[in-house]
Write a protein that binds this ligand. Structure first.
Ligand code: SF4
Length: 460
């Protein structure tokens, strides 16, 4: 029997049929004792900035903060591999007592001389905020000595939630945007924001835009290059996918350079088509763009439709739980599951806001549990109550699913198969089917008991 903590009750609701949209408590610090699935501010910054492939990334703090390396938070590069190194100043007791500025400066000068990066991002961690190192002053000095942008990322872990880390990352990026030469950028140019090229998705999406006749100036930050980010203000439109992480930068670019932005998603047939049409309609002066987009969507949908129908026949009636970082992805996932004949029984996010939860209620079926900033126990409780067949989440949700004997689909930074675009829709259906229909789940103790299958006892 798993109960909700009293402090958490207002962050959970069940969609009722015919009832008006209800308010859910969100956008606040995690309740003490609830063991939130959220990561810290520093982690939020790191997730956003790390894919910048030709930059130096230095974690100023104790070595433990640097544990999230490229190996567990993948992102692909078509060229430089510098971003895959995990550099840290490895602050020790004496640095905490006397300050870590000298160590940071020495480390930066050595690393920049050795690796010749195009820029450097310096991440402040909790202890740096506590001892009061002036990271901005060090960055300024090193930038003057080396001639490259050295950007402090004010991401002290205790400063808020992961969302504050996204903001700190956007502030660092905004210092680069506007510093490059835009003279050779054509009239039909866009930026892709909030796409991190985890499994090659940025390449798929860029190719769609190329086929439509649009130029992509910069992808922020999947497979990104510093020079492209510096020229990003030459684009006419920003398309923002992971809105939680990148809307701040889009707003800054709208304010400073007059570039409008649109929120899009590249997950699922409906949403990726809508994203491409959104971009095409923004450039009515060239009707050829819209025509090419229509052709592209028609061809891609025709190519994947038979496979999707095949998986739908196998998956119809199955139930799913979704727990993601930002809730915008959850909208797409609910639509994709519906297309596959599946039902979403539980849906939640780490950082959704009131608007996101209102929209979620509108698109969910009655009875769906909607939850903000959940924890492993609650998620397990909801999965059991709804008897779901599939859990869609990230690395922290995977063990919850497996322990309960539930299929799992990684839709986060650890995935290795592209799930965006039309091809991603097929990959997703294939992965969901492979996991949900796996014969292994019949031996999970919970299901084995129900099916009266004896499972071997662990050794004494
Ligand atoms: S919470 Fe602080 S100490 Fe922990 S990983 Fe984040 S920055 Fe480092």
């Amino acid at each position: 029997m798993i109960e909700l903590l009293p402090d958490r009750e207002k962050q959970v609701l069940r969609k009722r049929a015919e009832a008006p949209v209800a308010e859910i408590a969100c956008n606040k610090a995690s309740a003490a004792g609830s063991v939130s699935q959220r990561a810290c501010v520093f982690c939020g910054s790191r997730v956003v900035l790390y894919p910048v492939a030709d930059a130096l990334h230095v974690v100023h703090g104790p070595i433990g903060c640097a544990a999230y390396t490229w190996d567990i938070r993948g992102s692909l590069s078509s060229g430089p591999q510098l971003y895959r190194h995990s550099f840290s100043t490895d602050l020790q007791e004496m640095d905490v007592i006397y300050g870590g500025e000298k160590k940071l400066e020495a480390a930066l000068l050595e690393l920049i001389a050795h690796h010749r990066p195009k820029a450097a991002f310096i991440y402040s961690t909790c202890i740096v905020g506590l001892i009061g190192d002036d990271v901005s002053a060090v960055c300024r000095r090193v930038s003057e000595k080396t001639g490259i942008p050295v950007l402090g990322v004010h991401s002290e872990g205790f400063k808020g939630t992961k969302k504050d880390g996204y903001k700190a990352a956007c502030e660092a990026l905004s210092k680069l945007v506007g510093t490059g030469d835009t003279r050779d950028i054509g009239p039909y140019a866009i930026n892709i924001l909030g796409e991190f090229n985890l499994a090659g998705e940025a390449w798929i999406i860029r190719d769609y835009y190329r086929r439509m006749g649009l130029d992509v100036v910069a992808t922020l930050t999947g497979d990104a290059r510093i020079e492209d980010i510096r020229r990003a203000h030459g684009a006419k439109l920003n398309l923002v996918q992971c809105s939680g992480s990148m809307t701040n930068l889009a707003k800054m670019m709208e304010r400073d350079y007059g570039i409008p932005y649109k929120r899009v998603s590249y997950f699922g047939i409906e949403d990726v088509s809508a994203a491409l049409y959104e971009a095409a309609k923004f450039f009515p002066q060239d009707p050829g763009i819209l025509e090419r987009t229509q052709d592209l969507v028609r061809q891609e949908v025709a190519a994947i439709h038979p496979q999707l129908q095949h998986f739908k026949r196998k998956l119809v009636g199955k139930r799913a739980a979704i727990y993601v970082g930002g809730s915008f992805k959850a909208f797409s996932l609910i639509r994709i599951l519906r297309l596959l004949g599946m039902e979403t029984s539980v849906v939640g996010s780490q950082t959704g806001d009131a608007d996101d939860y209102r929209q979620l209620q509108e698109i969910c079926d009655p009875g769906t549990i909607i939850v903000d900033d959940s924890n492993p126990l609650e998620l397990a409780k909801f999965c059991l109550e709804k008897d779901v067949d599939l859990f869609i989440g990230g690395v922290k949700e995977r063990p919850i699913a497996y322990k309960l004997g539930i299929g799992f689909c990684d839709h986060n930074h650890e995935r290795k198969e592209p799930l965006a675009g039309f091809v991603g829709m097929v990959n997703f259906a294939k992965e969901v089917y492979a996991s949900v229909a796996s014969p292994v789940w019949q031996f999970a103790p919970r299901r084995a008991r129900r099916a009266n299958i004896s499972t071997p006892l662990p050794p004494a």
